[in-house]
Each structure stands twice: as structure tokens, then as C-alpha cells.
Design a protein around this ligand. Structure first.
Ligand code: NA7
Length: 546
């Protein structure tokens, strides 16, 4: 039976393929992609490794996990009905609420019938003659489709530290990104947390409440600023609901899709008193304002950045009683905002508690993990439980762990070994009919806003092809070159690109990721969308079709 997609004589007939589209991942991206493509009448199958929907919010169920974006700016915006019926209870929703929300979305749009859970994709191989992809799951089953959409997330391949003896530990041990569904108790236990990124900070401030003793192993400190979370009253929720059009319009206009955006003033265009008052206001305000809503030169001008860093350092010194501990918590190797700013709730005060100790492993490195704990260069620690908050093989890791092969059997991982190249972060030349939602070199920021845009752009492209009976689309190499050059240009002069972090593609725990690359698109989201809109309006001349 003919399906919605017409076929070319040399392409394998759509009816001979198991599906029109296979989507990998049932997180925020995959769920919306499924919904949109169904709307085009396409036969879609989603493969998801977990047992439920939610992606990030399914896997990261560690204590303290929550949004750093305002809840009402983070949820889907595509359905008025959904906006009308869902109440957020906190300005920055905790993981259980978000997982519940995403399950509600799955129910509402009847998504589960096309999602196969416990289905981890091992490989995806393009067949040139058939113009199709063959997706093989870890259970060995094979599934064919015309189009492949990867919705695997930029931060979803957890990485453990490479420390001798890690497997020998006989107590409990968990990675925050692979947290068990069963409750984990810290009561009466000696707990270690390794890692102080956005995740570690959230977990530490929660674990410190009940652990008998908590030892935090910090490599490089980060600049953390207050989240100022709070409940949303029913009255407030009413106002938020009425304001949704404004909230989403604002997110479309701001540089990184947050409700906060860069202040147009330069640091030195105001008096020192005005500057201080502005920073006090930002520090007392909710969410990312102090990072995303700071002076326009803060992330490009060294002196401006130094002053902002001094302000936050002063706050840390005020909040941490022991001056030696405060100094350990103040970053010395990078300026404020040049790495992802963890958002905190009494994080610094945790180090004033008698049951918490900070160990700087820059001073005393961890030498090994033993069956009973951790050995640093100068001490032996005993633990009942170790938490690894050591992050992810970011941006490309979730794609790298699938054996993806394009034309001529070329491996995506190999293609990217020399340099990361994409077309608008969605396509890679030589990998026809494959589309990435929030792939490398797309606008990130408040990610669901970027996801919705990516999903809609991909859906429009497939509709365009569907209408014309096209069965093949590949990015032209010259378009990839142009886009990649634009990404590189946008990264020039940014202080964040001079610092090691997942945002610059560095992860010391992953082979081949020791040096910085331009891993992210760091221009503004409106610029990104303008570029992509022009491609669509121009009839996708940057793509080769057939
Ligand atoms: P991050 O931000 O990559 O943080 C990982 C943390 O783990 C960071 O403090 C690392 O120190 C530390 N780490 C990593 N490997 C080791 C080893 N081997 N020994 C000691 N410490 C180590 O990951 P998150 O999960 O916190 O956040 C990732 C993003 O997810 C976040 O930005 C949000 O957007 C969501 P380092 O700084 O490398 O010295």
C-alpha cells in the first residue's frame, strides 16, 4: 500500500520499509518530533533506551535535580490546550514534576503507541541504493526507514572519572545521570560526591541535609549564583498563563531563549555605584539573570569580566565562614559566566555545616578508589556511598555511542574526528536523510525553545519533500562549509571559548576530548533561526534533493 511518501524508481519503495521515519530518543525532542511527523501522515517509530518518556528528566533523578530555566519558559509552547491545563507549582520545577509533565504530554497526545521502550539503538546504517536507513537495536532486531531523526540530547551520555580501582568500591555508587528509580537514603551514611558542576551543586545541597557526613571532592570550582526558587501560587499561575504569549515572544527574541537577556549597556558606561547596584539586583533576582542578563561586554571584555567575577567572589567570601574554604570555592582559572553557571540554593552555606568537608583535589589529587573509600595524595577516606556527578560526553557523545554510517560506509564519529562540521546543526553532508534535533552547532540555551524550532524546521523540510515526492536530501558540502565558518566566526572573541568545559568539547574522562574545539554555536538564537528560515524560504538550495 502506498504511504504518504512517494518513491523514486531507484529508491526502495516506502511500502517496503518498516517505517517512514525512525526517531531515536523519547525525550523532549523525540516526543515532539513524533507528534509533528504524525501530523504529516508519516509512519513513525521511536526507539527509547529507558522504560519511560522524558530523556534528561527520566535519567537524571538524583536528589535536587531541577530546572534552571523558569518552568513556564521551559515547557512546550506548541499546544494552547496543554498550556491551559498544566499548572507549574514552582518557579524552577523539580525533576519529579517535570517527569510527570512529560508523561502527561505523552498521554495527552497518545505518544506511547509509537514508542518502543527498552530499545537502545546500536547502529544506524544508510543504504544508498534503497535510500533508506537500517537501524539495529542492541537486541539485534533491525528496522528500516526512509528518514532518521536523532533526538538523543546534547547531555545524555554519562561519563565516569577514570580513577584506578573505581569498580572495587564495595559500598553504594551512583552516577547522577543514571540515578536509580528506587529512593536512595543518605541518612546515617558517610557520603562522597565527586564533581561540582551544575549537577553536583544541586545534589550536594540536598545530600548535605541528611547525610551523616558529606565529603565533596572538587576539582575546578565553578561560579555559582542563587536560583531564588519559590512556589507558584494559583493566582500567580493565572497571571503566568495569561502572559504565555509574552513569555514565548520574549524567549524568541532573547539571545539564548531565556526570559533573561543581555543588558545593552557596557560595564564601563555606568558609574561604579550603578554597576554595584545592578549586580546586587541581579544577584537577588531569580534564575540566570546575573549570567544571561548582565552587561553586554561581560563575556568578551577581560576587565569587565574581572569586575563581575570580583563581585561574585565577594559574595562567596561573605557566605562561607571559613576564609580558607571560601578561597577554595572561588574559581581562579576562569572568569564568571565563561563556563555554565550552576544555580544554587544555600550551596555555599552547606560548607558552614559541621557534617560537610570540601576537599580540593587540585591540592590533593585522588589517587585511587578502594573497596572502602577514596585515597588522595595525603589521606584515606571511608565511605558508605559515592556519588559521581562527573558529567557527560557532551554534544557528540550521545551520537558517537551509536555506530552511525552514511554514504560509502563512512562513520559519523570518524567524519568528526578532524573537525566538527554540520549544516545548521541539523544535517551532516554524506549522511543523507538524517536529521539531528539539537545536534552540534545548533542554538542551545533554554533548550526546549531550540528543540521546538529544530523539530518544526525538520518537519517543514519533510513536508516539502513529501509534497514533491523526494526521497533523498543531503547537505551540500559548500553549505556545510559556510555554516561551519559562521559558527567559528560567532565564537571569536568569546572568553568562554578560552576555557575547558563541556561547552568547548573537553572531557578529561573521554579519549580524544582533551583539547578545546568549537563545539557549540555561540551566536544568538534569533540569528540562528534567521539563517534557518532563509534556507527554508529559499527552497532549501543548500541541500541536494532527488
Ligand atoms: P559538568 O558541568 O561537566 O561537571 C562535571 C564535574 O565533574 C566537574 O566539576 C568536573 O571537574 C568533575 N569531574 C569530571 N571528571 C572528574 C574526575 N576525573 N575527577 C574529579 N572530578 C571530575 O557536568 P554536570 O552534570 O554538572 O552538568 C552538565 C550539564 O548538564 C550542565 O551544564 C547542565 O546544563 C546540564 P572539572 O570542572 O572538569 O575540573
Amino acid at each position: 500500500m502506498a504511504t504518504a511518501l512517494e518513491t523514486k524508481p531507484d529508491a526502495r519503495a516506502a511500502s517496503a520499509l518498516d517505517h517512514d521515519v525512525i526517531v531515536i530518543g523519547a525525550g523532549i525532542s523525540g516526543m515532539y518530533q513524533l507528534h509533528k511527523l504524525r501530523g504529516l501522515g508519516l509512519r513513525v517509530r521511536v526507539f527509547e533506551a529507558g522504560t519511560g518518556v522524558g530523556g534528561t528528566w527520566y535519567w537524571n533523578r538524583y536528589p535536587g535535580a531541577r530546572f534552571d530555566s523558569e518552568s513556564y519558559s521551559y515547557g512546550y509552547s506548541f499546544s494552547q490546550e496543554l498550556l491551559d491545563e498544566w499548572d507549574w507549582t514552582e518557579h524552577f520545577a523539580p525533576q519529579p514534576e517535570t517527569e510527570k509533565y512529560l508523561n502527561h504530554v505523552a498521554d495527552k497526545f497518545d505518544l506511547r503507541r509509537d514508542i518502543q521502550f527498552r530499545a537502545r539503538v546500536a547502529s544506524a546504517v544508510y543504504d544508498e541504493r534503497g535510500r533508506s536507513w537500517t537501524v539495529t537495536l542492541e537486541d539485534g532486531s533491525r528496522h528500516t526507514c526512509r528518514f532518521l531523526v536523532t533526538a538523543v540530547g546534547p547531555l545524555s551520555a554519562p561519563t565516569f572519572p577514570r580513577i584506578e580501582g573505581r569498580d572495587s568500591f564495595s559500598g553504594e555508587a551512583y552516577h547522577t545521570g543514571l540515578w536509580p528509580k528506587e529512593p536512595v537514603s543518605f541518612e546515617g551514611k558517610r557520603v562522597a560526591v565527586i564533581g561540582t558542576g551544575a549537577t553536583g551543586v544541586q545534589a550536594i545541597q540536598e545530600i548535605a541535609k541528611t547525610a551523616k557526613h558529606l565529603t565533596v571532592f572538587q576539582r575546578r570550582p565553578n561560579w555559582c549564583t542563587p536560583l531564588h526558587n519559590g512556589p507558584i501560587t494559583p493566582e500567580e499561575m493565572k497571571e503566568i498563563r495569561a502572559g504565555y504569549p509574552d513569555i514565548f515572544r520574549r524567549c524568541r527574541e532573547t539571545a539564548a531563549c531565556f526570559v533573561h537577556t543581555i543588558d545593552p549597556r557596557g560595564t564601563f558606561e555606568v558609574t561604579p555605584e550603578e554597576r554595584e547596584a545592578f549586580w546586587e539586583e541581579l544577584y537577588a533576582g531569580r534564575g540566570f539573570g546575573i549570567w544571561q542578563g548582565n552587561f553586554r561586554d561581560m563575556l568578551v571584555d577581560r576587565e569587565a569580566n574581572r569586575l563581575a567575577s570580583d563581585f561574585v567572589a565577594k559574595k562567596i567570601r561573605q557566605r562561607v565562614k571559613d576564609p580558607a574554604v571560601a578561597e577554595k570555592l572561588i574559581p581562579k582559572d576562569h572568569g564568571f559566566g565563561t563556563r555554565r553557571v550552576p544555580q544554587e540554593t544555600h550551596y555555599y552555606e552547606v560548607y558552614n555545616q559541621p557534617n560537610v568537608e570540601l576537599v580540593s583535589i587540585l591540592d590533593t589529587p585522588i589517587e585511587r578508589i578502594t573497596p572502602t573509600g577514596v585515597e588522595t595524595s595525603d589521606r584515606t577516606f571511608e565511605f558508605d556511598l559515592i556519588v559521581y556527578a562527573t558529567g557527560f560526553d557532551a554534544i557528540t557523545g550521545s551520537l558517537d555511542r551509536i555506530d552511525i554510517r552514511g554514504t560509502g560506509g563512512q562513520k559519523l564519529k570518524e567524519k568528526w574526528r578532524g573537525a566538527l562540521t554540520t549544516f545548521v546543526g541539523v544535517m551532516v553532508d554524506g549522511f543523507p536523510n538524517m536529521f539531528m534535533v539539537v545536534g552540534p552547532h545548533t542554538a542551545l540555551g533554554n533548550i526546549p525553545r531550540s528543540i521546538e524550532y529544530n523539530v518544526e524546521w525538520i518537519s517543514d523540510l519533510l513536508e516539502y519533500m513529501q509534497r514533491r515526492g523526494l526521497t533523498y536530501a543531503d547537505a551540500r558540502p559548500e553549505a556545510v562549509e559556510r555554516w561551519t565558518a559562521f559558527v567559528v566566526e560567532k565564537g571569536e572573541g568569546l572568553l568562554s571559548n578560552e576555557v575547558d568545559s563541556w561547552m568547548t568539547g573537553v572531557n578529561q574522562n573521554v579519549e580524544g576530548k582533551q583539547t578545546r574545539i568549537i563545539a557549540r554555536y555561540s551566536g544568538t538564537a534569533p540569528d540562528y533561526r534567521r539563517w534557518c528560515d532563509e534556507v527554508a524560504e529559499g527552497g532549501y538550495r543548500e541541500l541536494a534533493f532527488d
